[in-house]
Ligand binder design. Structure first.
Ligand SMILES: Nc1nc2c(c(=O)[nH]1)N(C=O)[C@@H](CNc1ccc(C(=O)N[C@@H](CCC(=O)O)C(=O)O)cc1)CN2
Ligand SMILES: Nc1ncnc2c1ncn2[C@@H]1O[C@H](COP(=O)(O)OP(=O)(O)OP(=O)(O)O)[C@@H](O)[C@H]1O
Length: 283
């Protein structure tokens, strides 16, 4: 840590780091030395009170960071964006944790929001000819549908790209019922767990902190799913965020508030960066 510029947050981050040195990060050659797990093996540690800066200060800092990243994304050259889209999706598609996953939640990327493209990943999951799948069972895929403005989003199961319709924000999302008028399965009501969550966001850091678009949709969903998995005695799914290199920011830039849920790993055009102990074990 360089000095104490960040005040409370910086000291808190340092104390978190010193608690986590027993994870042998040096064994992972591809992991940058600054990537340090921020929670214990039991799950996400609620940060001590001192870690949480005043909520209004945090909100202002988040707002400023959002507009900085939005601007950078606007200025990102289409050619470079496309290149990173290809590389990021290749890292996911070629990974053992993706190949072996039986169920996942993923976002349907939106071009105008300049989100990391997920179309090849979605297409891969939904490809359904027996020849392509061999003996593998099809992965169950759940994608977001916004239900109301109160940070309420459901993850509904789709089986073809045709299940998606554009919403008022021009994001593709599943219709609530399928072509047979059956309710789609909600991942929070499913009898089987998912093992992977592919997450969007505006900014991320090497500790797994994540800044979303400010709706709280994902934070609320991630909490609910964590609770469900705990109740059911399921293994927690890996929370993996997809990020353009410009979306990965320095350590002190993303303030964490009480409701923020960190991610287990990042995938950027530079590779897969496991962060949490669960990620280090499984990736
Ligand atoms: N592809 C995708 N689907 C998703 C999300 C997402 O981030 N990406 N969501 C994750 O929450 C939910 C939808 N939430 C959203 C929240 C804000 C905006 C949006 O257009 N924000 C504008 C600014 C709007 C404003 O503040 O006036 C922006 O970020 O530029 C879009 C979706 C569910 N589905
Ligand atoms: N678990 C929760 N329960 C209730 N409100 C929440 C929860 N999580 C977040 N919120 C609220 O949602 C709003 C947006 O939060 P925040 O700025 O952290 O969202 P974000 O991380 O950018 O968005 P997202 O999670 O959708 O990507 C805040 O007002 C926050 O209090």
């Amino acid at each position: 840590m360089s000095g104490d510029r960040g005040g409370v947050l910086s000291r808190a981050a340092f104390s978190l780091m010193t608690h986590c040195h027993h994870h042998h990060l040096t064994h992972r050659a591809f992991l940058p030395s600054i990537a340090v797990p921020i929670r214990g093996a039991a799950g996400f540690a609620t940060p001590p009170a001192a870690v949480v800066m005043s909520d209004t200060a945090a909100m202002q800092q988040k707002r400023a960071l959002r507009s900085r990243i939005r601007k950078a994304l606007k200025d990102f050259s289409p050619a470079q964006r496309t290149q990173e889209d290809v590389e990021i999706q290749n890292f996911v598609l070629n990974s053992s944790w993706f190949k072996s996953c039986k169920g996942l939640c993923a976002y349907i990327s939106c071009k105008s929001l300049r989100e990391v493209d997920t179309s090849r990943i979605i297409a891969d999951v939904l490809k359904n000819s027996a020849a392509e799948h061999g003996l593998q069972v099809m992965k169950k895929l759940y994608v977001p549908r916004v239900e109301d403005k109160n940070s309420h989003m459901r993850m509904l199961r789709i089986s073809t790209i045709e299940d998606l319709v554009a919403n008022s924000m021009n994001i593709l999302e599943p219709s609530p019922v399928d072509s047979d008028q059956n309710e789609r399965e909600d991942v929070l009501l499913a009898s089987q767990p998912v093992d992977l969550l592919l997450l969007p966001g505006l900014a991320f850091d090497r500790h797994g902190r994540r800044l979303g678009r400010g709706g709280g949709y994902y934070d609320v969903f991630l909490r609910k799913y964590e609770e469900l998995a705990n109740q059911q005695n399921w293994k927690q799914p890996l929370r993996v965020a997809l990020a353009y290199s410009m979306q990965i920011v320095e350590d002190e830039s993303i303030p964490m508030t009480e409701t923020d849920v960190p991610v287990d790993a990042l995938v950027s055009s530079n590779g897969v960066f496991p962060i949490s102990p669960a990620a280090l074990e499984r990736m």
